[in-house]
Design a protein around this ligand. Structure first.
Ligand code: SIN
Ligand code: FE2
Length: 226
């Protein structure tokens, strides 16, 4: 039997629903797009801001309600940050590690997320949470839905930095076939609308050295959570 994540990305999987491009955007679902290299022109200004956020709220490995330590290390910025521990998944106003509010979301982050959302035809995106994930070689994120946000009318805007990874973009059941989308430094994926609750995940990161970020991948996801 074929594993659910073994389907390579094919241009015609959604051909019955929608054209496969929108301007420069690659369409991976009816309302889902990969914007190749979209963040690249912003990174000279963005990376120092990211550095400052990480100083204030360092990466930490969190425990799932089931008692597993996630292989991905996490932190957040913005009015709300995402946390998991033995009592469940939730958004909080304070970083549980410091007891202080999460670092503010830099204006530049918000502007970039809004520009990407607008390119994918989601106008007026107002993110109040930015989750920051760090993958070292071997780290992965299993298929899940982003459903801890209060309102699903806003899209998810997801930016990749550093080492490449394979993003899985699936259906509405965990067992549905998923596309495999290679993501590179500076790529942004936007999914929302009818696609907002699609399962997605990241295959184990392959070892490597990225010229700017070293042996890691950092992913930022912008959400309207509250
Ligand atoms: C996530 O689903 O929160 C992360 C996706 C990614 O790392 O590309
Ligand atoms: Fe997610």
């Amino acid at each position: 039997m074929m594993r659910s994540d073994d389907t390579p990305i094919t241009p015609d999987l959604f051909a019955d629903q929608a054209p496969t491009t929108l301007g420069q955007a690659e369409r991976i679902g009816q309302q889902s797009f990969v914007l190749r290299g979209f963040a690249l022109p912003w990174l000279d200004r963005l990376l120092p801001e990211l550095e400052a956020v990480l100083q204030a709220a360092p990466f930490r490995q969190m425990v799932t309600p089931g008692g597993f330590t996630m292989s991905v290390a996490l932190t957040s910025c913005g009015a709300l940050g995402w946390t998991t521990d033995r009592s469940g998944y939730r958004y909080t106003r304070e970083d549980p590690q410091t007891g202080r509010p999460w670092p503010a979301m830099p204006t530049l982050f918000r502007e970039l997320a809004q520009a990407a959302a607008a390119t994918a035809q989601f106008e007026h995106f107002e993110p109040d949470a930015c989750l920051i994930n760090r993958y070292v070689p071997g780290a992965r994120m299993s298929l899940h839905q982003d459903k801890d946000e209060r309102d699903f009318s806003a899209p998810i805007v997801s930016m990749s930095l550093g080492l490449p990874a394979v993003f899985q973009f699936g259906g509405f059941e965990r067992s549905d076939k998923s596309l495999r989308v290679p993501l590179f430094h500076g790529d942004i994926v936007v999914w929302g609308g009818v696609d907002r609750l699609r399962y997605h995940g990241v295959l184990p990161l392959k070892p490597g050295q990225h010229p700017r970020l070293g042996a890691q991948r950092i992913n930022l996801t912008f959400r309207t959570a509250g």
